[in-house]
Design a protein around this ligand. Structure first.
Ligand SMILES: Nc1ccn([C@@H]2O[C@H](COP(=O)(O)OP(=O)(O)OC[C@H](O)CO)[C@@H](O)[C@H]2O)c(=O)n1
Length: 325
């Protein structure tokens, strides 16, 4: 198991002797299922059983390292190909593994594959998601002066709600106007950023946007720095168009009204990505553990300092140093 070489996103990293304010573990797209290896729509191999072994190594490494305050899993705990009668068992198996963490809470983000298996209600309950009134977005402060915001990118979506729910209906109407394909999972014929209008993506609804705005306004008053987490990437330059949040520009507009958001973390686009936007916000899409061939890994930890965040990746997860202005 090797730590990957740091990609210095801006400036140089000189943090070897400084103590971080806090640190946390990161991992994404476990997509566990007790099924044979397969591949993505585009033929990239997927190792559904191996992701459990790789998670075990991540947990061992985090425990051995110590000094972490919590873990964030950026979504897709179980794969859509998991037989539906086995969904509960598969998620329970992953959660049981997470219990080997020494006194660390795991904060979960919901991904499209979660919803292929279980209802929002079941997921919120099983993954202890503290969203209000059945929602799945939330915020917490790990240390004074820093805030984490978890957004729900499937708030407006065809996968995140049952038929007849207003947010499901809104998603159908949107996809009907933006994606002419009969199979709404297919981006065929869509060009450029329009490719994001597929059923395996979603958007952030009005109510969540106002909540997010309020959170950032309060964070600004309280002089907090903010890390935003969402399963679906929020910036077009951090990923490919068909893995992007439908209304990414609404979310970016809220972020850019304030100066408190320093880093956005996402999963979903399995090969990973990075960009720093025109307002200096870093967008890091993490590499998926599901696509690690047996024996290889993709996880890491993030050290948070006053002026910078360093992602220390292991093996296939690239390290990234992200300085604030
Ligand atoms: N071009 C495509 C891509 C996918 N599909 C079908 O859509 C479903 C979901 O795809 P899947 O790759 O399983 O979704 P992930 O969340 O694992 O990955 C997201 C991607 O990285 C974003 O690009 C599935 O049924 C595919 O077959 C499609 O029809 N056309």
């Amino acid at each position: 198991m090797t730590e990957s070489h740091p990609v210095v996103a801006n400036g140089s990293c000189n943090k070897a002797i400084e103590r971080p304010m806090f640190s946390f573990g990161v991992i994404t797209d476990i997509q566990y299922a007790d099924i044979n290896d397969g591949c993505s729509f585009h033929g990239v191999p997927r190792f559904y059983r191996h992701s459990l072994e790789a998670l075990q190594r991540a947990i061992h490494s985090w425990n051995k390292r110590g000094g972490l305050s919590f873990i964030i899993h950026l979504g897709d705990i179980v794969d859509g190909l998991c037989p539906k009668e086995k969904s509960y068992e598969a998620v329970t198996k992953v959660l049981d593994l997470f219990k080997d963490l020494e006194d660390l809470h795991v904060h979960h983000v919901l991904g499209n594959h979660c919803f292929y298996n279980l209802s929002r209600h079941e997921l919120n309950h099983m993954l202890q998601i503290p969203g209000k009134d059945g929602t799945s977005y939330y915020t917490f402060t790990p240390v004074s002066g820093f805030r984490i915001v978890v957004l729900d990118g499937f708030d407006i979506s065809m996968v995140g709600w049952p038929e007849g729910h207003p947010h499901h209906t809104k998603a159908i109407l949107l996809l009907q106007t933006r994606n002419p394909n009969e199979d709404k999972n297919s981006p065929e014929g869509l060009s450029g950023l329009e490719e994001r209008f597929v059923m395996f993506n979603g958007g952030v609804g009005e109510e969540q946007l106002s909540w997010f705005h309020q959170i950032l306004e309060n964070a600004t008053i309280d002089k907090e720095k903010v890390i935003v987490c969402c399963h679906i990437p929020l910036h077009p330059d951090s990923t490919y168009p068909c893995a992007l949040l439908w209304n990414y520009s609404d979310v970016l507009n809220v972020i850019h009204k304030f100066q408190c958001v320093k880093v956005c973390l996402a999963g979903h686009a399995h090969k990973g990505g990075y960009t720093r936007d025109s307002h200096g916000v870093h967008h890091r899409v993490l590499e998926a553990i599901l696509e690690c061939p047996p024996g290889t890994d993709a996880f890491g930890h993030i050290d948070v300092y006053e002026d910078c965040i360093t992602l220390v990746g292991v093996d296939r997860m690239d390290s990234t140093v992200m300085y604030f202005d």
